[in-house]
Design a protein around this ligand. Structure first.
Ligand code: F6R
Length: 236
């Protein structure tokens, strides 16, 4: 595990974007696993700048996102598909057909989970997975549980996650109660994992995840077993 401590959100974003840029330059047809939330917004901004200045080419890149809310379609402003379009895809030369987010409006979620796992497998797996971490240690929407869920699956979001995410919705009642998320095995199968965390409120959970016992009660703790994990953080 490599832990890169930085002094600000901006610095975290620059370092994370540089690591992703290096991946794209070294392997222009990379499969990138992407995250939403506040943590990666600055990283995506920086990647957009690099693309606009001609330093980065997304034309052969494929992306697979970690998760999506159930019940929201891609045109909903709080859907993760919408987030990705607005914060990254609309501004870089990526082929939208090569950007994948689980469907939040599938008629059969079990089928959608299977389809998503097969899609990732068919792409040859993920080259670099970008992750944020929730205050309860979740990665993607893998919430604290008694066991690690392996594949893409449906989750009942914990109240703490609903509360944290309600900041993006007009009313707390509007926050979806369920989501579809990549599982731990898929995340752990990524060749490289890049975890970013910013803010003093993430310090305690990040320490637990990186140095505490490996337990499904702190889903991110499994990352200690990944052999190419880079953490870029600003939590002090
Ligand atoms: C989002 C995701 C979540 C977030 C986590 C942290 O796709 O996978 O696990 O990374 O909830 O969210 P922020 O960055 O908003 O603190």
């Amino acid at each position: 595990m490599r832990v890169i401590k930085v002094g600000s959100y901006e610095e975290m974003s620059r370092v994370a974007a540089n690591i992703i840029a290096a991946q794209i330059i070294l392997k222009p047809d990379s499969v990138l696993g992407l995250a939403t939330g506040s943590s990666p917004v600055g990283t995506y901004k920086r990647l957009i700048e690099m693309c606009k200045s001609g330093d980065l080419d997304f034309s052969r890149i494929t992306t697979v996102n970690l998760d999506e809310y159930c019940g929201l379609d891609g045109s909903h402003e709080q859907s993760y598909r919408y987030f990705m379009d607005v914060n990254l895809f609309n501004h870089v030369n990526i082929d939208k057909a090569n950007t994948h987010v689980p469907s939040g409006t599938a008629s059969d979620f079990n089928q959608e989970c299977k389809r998503y796992d097969q899609l990732i497998e068919g792409l040859g797996g993920i080259d670099l997975q970008l992750l944020g971490i929730g205050h309860n240690g979740h990665i993607g929407f893998n919430e604290p549980e008694d066991f690690f869920e392996k594949g893409t699956h449906l989750v009942d979001l914990k109240q703490s996650t609903i509360d944290a995410n309600s900041r993006f919705f007009e009313r707390k009642e509007d926050v979806p109660r369920q989501a579809i998320t990549m599982g731990i095995k898929t995340i752990m199968s990524a060749k490289k994992v890049l975890l970013i965390a910013s803010g003093a409120d993430k310090k305690e959970i990040l320490e637990k995840a990186l140095y505490g016992p490996i337990t499904p009660q702190v889903p991110a703790s499994i990352l200690q077993l990944h052999n190419d994990l880079t953490v870029v953080c600003n939590v002090d």
